[in-house]
Design a protein around this ligand. Structure first.
Ligand code: GLU
Length: 304
């Protein structure tokens, strides 16, 4: 008998506010995709970006997930406790000659000719060495080559890193490791085989695959869910003060997320028990029913 390939998924919220509908969609999609493949599903609190962490938000997110009936496997991984692992990865990138120190300030980059073209790419000033007398602020990866991957929902994606992104930051001027590096190191540490998350991160995936290659880490498969937007078409986010879903009965919130994910839950599910919603969802989940990006996709983020 052939061994079944393991399926390991995850949900990785940033504790910058309460769990909102957009993150519920990502939690539910990733959990159902993992469970329907008899896989594991892990939780990771992405509190690597200390300045954006809101005190109490992580506990709030965990309480909401529990109230909604989510069950994760193993221990929660907290990025704030993983600094040594990120430092080791940066050291490997440094040893391989894949990163360089950068002295440029945001101001200098905004003033550069490239930026005046409307490009947000790094103009490459420190690529060949720091300008005399300047101290390093951040570390950047040399962006080279084209990255192509098949997204299970959004189809084939291709990004020319040098042209579309430019040399990107892995260690920030404020002394924090960048999201891109932390996610790659942690997806590998948690043995993630399938990343299911919001399409606002589609534009980060090429950089993450690039880092996986440089660090010789496994590349998981990717599925990017459509992003929930408010009436004005803006991405629902913790920052835009999206209403917390705690005021709603769990069955109604879960059924709404299933509907958003194209699963056509019967209307009666809204009034069913939480356990009944989960039973229905596990019996009917199909990734191929999830709609692609809405007509007006959320802008691709250039997050560091
Ligand atoms: N922490 C990110 C967020 O909340 C998600 C990262 C990921 O799923 O890769 O937007």
């Amino acid at each position: 008998m052939n061994a079944v390939a393991p399926h390991v998924g995850r949900f990785a919220p940033s504790p910058s506010g309460p769990l909102h509908f957009g993150s519920l969609v990502a939690a539910l999609g990733s959990a159902l995709e993992a469970r329907c493949h008899r896989g594991a599903w892990h939780l990771r609190i992405e509190d690597v970006d200390a300045p954006r962490v809101v005190p109490g938000a992580a506990d709030g997110i965990l309480a909401t997930l529990e109230r909604l009936g989510f069950e994760w496997d193993g221990d929660i991984l907290w990025q704030s406790r993983r600094v040594d692992a990120y430092a080791a990865a940066l050291e490997r990138l440094r040893a391989g000659g894949h990163v360089f120190p950068c002295a440029c300030t945001r101001r200098e980059m905004a003033d550069s000719a490239l930026a005046r073209d409307g490009s947000r790419r790094y103009p490459g000033v420190c690529r060949g060495g720091l300008p005399p007398g300047r101290a390093p602020r951040a570390w950047r990866v040399r962006a080279e080559g084209a990255i192509r991957f098949d997204d299970a929902i959004q189809g084939t994606q291709e990004e020319d890193l040098a042209r579309d992104v430019g040399d990107y930051v892995v260690f920030r001027a404020d002394g924090q490791f960048a999201y891109q590096l932390a996610v790659v190191v942690d997806d590998a540490a948690q043995g993630i085989t399938h990343v299911v998350r919001g399409a606002d991160l589609l534009g980060s995936t090429a950089r993450q695959i690039h880092l996986q290659r440089l660090l010789r880490l496994h590349t998981p498969s990717y599925a990017h869910l459509p992003v929930a937007t408010d009436e004005a078409g803006d991405k629902l986010s913790k920052q835009t003060l999206a209403r917390a879903i705690d005021d709603e009965p769990p069955a109604r919130a879960l059924a709404a997320a299933l509907g958003f994910l194209g699963q056509n839950p019967p209307a009666a599910l809204t009034r069913a028990s939480r356990a009944e919603v989960w039973t229905w969802a596990l019996a009917h989940w199909r990734l191929d029913r999830v709609p692609r990006l809405p007509q007006k996709p959320a802008p691709r983020t250039m997050r560091e």
